[in-house]
Design a protein around this ligand. Structure first.
Ligand code: ZN
Ligand code: ZN
Length: 339
C-alpha cells in the first residue's frame, strides 16, 4: 500500500513526510483492518511531524482522524462486519487495569497508545485499529464531513465538559473560544445549540474570524482583544501560552479556562489577581471512548456541519504547511478514496 511516513521530525517547509510502498498491516485478534477513505489533519499531526511531541516510532505513519471501511476482522472482534464504516481517533488503546482506566479516566492511562504517534495512523491506504476503540459513524455525515469530528470534534466536546458548566447552565452562558481552527468551528456549533453566547478571539481575520461570524459568534475579535463581556468559561485551542494571562482577564470569578491543546508554548508569569477569585485553569488530555460516543450522537442530532478543505493523497506536506500558516478554513482532510 501507499503510505506517508515520517523518519525524522523537521519543519514542514522541508517536506519531512515521504510517500512509501509498505506492506498492508495485518490485524491482530482484537483489531480491524480498514481501507482508508479519508483522514482528518489535526494540529497534533503538525506537532508530531515538527518534533514538538517526541518521536515514539520511526518510521511513522501519522494521522488520527481515520474514516474507513472494514476490510478484515480479527478473530476475537465482535460488533463489526465487513464493509462497515468505522472511525478511528487519537486514543488507540489503553491498559484497562490501571487506576485511571478503572476510574473512568482512560484518557489519562500511562500505558495508552495513540494513533499516528505511538502506532501507525491513517495517512495511508490501509490502517489497523483495535475494534473496541473504533467508532461506528452516524450515517448522516459523509466521509469527509465526519473525519474532523474524530479529533477536533471530540476534543472540543471534552473541553466543553471540563468547563464545569452543567446541562442547564449552558443557556445564556458566555463562552470564549481562543483560536478558531478545526476544533473551534465545531465547538461553537455545539455551544450555540446548547444555548450559549460564543465570543471568539483569533488572529486570522480573513478565514477564521469570517467563519466565526458566519457560525453565529456573538462577538469576534483579534487574539489579543478583550471581549466586551466577562466570560463564564473559555477554551484556548491555539497552542500559544501567551494567551493564558490575556484570556484570564476576560474570565469572571469562579470561571474555568480550559486549555485544549496537547502542546502549548510557555505560559508567561502572571499576577495572582488574574486567577484569584476562584478562577481555574485546566488542561484537556485526550478523550475517553464515552466522550467520543456521546459527541458523535450530539453532533448528528444538532446536526453539526463541518467546513472542510480537502487535499488529495499526494498533498500531505502541503496540507500540513497550510495548517501551520492558518490558511485552512475549518478543517483539513486528506482524501484517500479512489486511489
Ligand atoms: Zn490504563
Ligand atoms: Zn488531533
Amino acid at each position: 500500500m501507499k503510505a506517508w511516513t515520517l523518519d525524522k521530525p523537521a519543519c514542514v517547509a522541508e517536506r519531512p513526510l515521504r510517500i512509501r510502498d509498505i506492506p498492508v498491516p495485518a490485524p491482530a485478534d482484537d483489531e480491524l483492518l480498514l481501507r482508508v477513505n479519508a483522514c482528518g489533519i489535526c494540529r497534533t499531526d503538525l506537532h508530531v511531524v515538527e518534533g514538538e511531541l517526541p518521536m515514539r516510532r520511526s518510521p511513522l505513519v501519522p494521522g488520527h482522524q481515520i474514516v474507513g471501511r472494514v476490510a478484515a476482522i480479527g478473530s476475537k472482534v465482535e460488533g463489526f462486519s465487513m464493509a462497515d464504516r468505522v472511525g478511528v481517533a487519537w486514543l488507540n488503546r489503553t491498559c484497562g487495569v490501571c487506576e485511571f482506566c478503572r476510574s473512568n479516566c482512560e484518557n489519562l492511562c500511562d500505558q495508552a497508545q495513540f494513533t499516528g504517534w505511538t502506532v501507525d495512523g491513517g495517512y495511508a491506504q490501509y490502517a489497523i485499529a483495535p475494534a473496541s476503540y473504533s467508532y461506528h459513524l452516524p450515517n448522516s455525515f459523509d466521509d469527509i464531513q465526519v473525519a474532523p469530528l474524530l479529533c477536533a470534534g471530540i476534543i472540543g466536546y471534552r473541553c466543553l465538559r471540563l468547563t464545569g458548566l452543567s446541562q442547564n447552565e449552558w443557556k445564556g452562558a458566555r463562552l470564549g473560544l481562543y483560536g478558531f481552527g478545526a476544533a473551534g468551528h465545531i465547538c461553537i456549533q455545539l455551544a450555540r445549540a446548547r444555548g450559549a453566547e460564543v465570543y471568539v478571539c483569533t488572529r486570522d481575520r480573513e478565514r477564521h474570524q469570517a467563519l466565526a461570524g458566519e457560525l453565529g459568534a456573538a462577538w469576534v475579535g483579534d487574539a489579543t482583544e478583550e471581549p466586551p463581556e466577562k466570560l463564564d468559561a473559555l477554551i484556548i485551542f491555539a497552542p500559544a501560552g501567551e494567551l493564558v494571562p490575556l484570556a484570564l482577564k476576560a474570565l469572571r470569578k469562579g470561571g474555568t479556562a480550559v486549555l485544549g491543546g496537547i502542546h502549548m508554548s510557555e505560559i508567561p508569569a502572571f499576577d495572582y489577581s488574574l486567577i484569584y477569585g476562584e478562577r481555574a485553569v485546566r488542561s484537556v488530555a485526550n478523550n475517553t471512548r464515552e466522550d467520543g460516543r456521546e459527541f458523535l450522537t450530539e453532533a448528528a442530532r444538532i446536526p453539526v456541519r463541518t467546513h472542510t478543505q480537502t487535499f488529495t493523497f499526494d498533498q500531505a506536506n502541503e496540507a500540513l504547511t497550510a495548517l501551520k500558516n492558518d490558511s485552512i478554513r475549518g478543517a483539513a482532510v486528506l482524501v484517500t478514496e479512489g486511489m
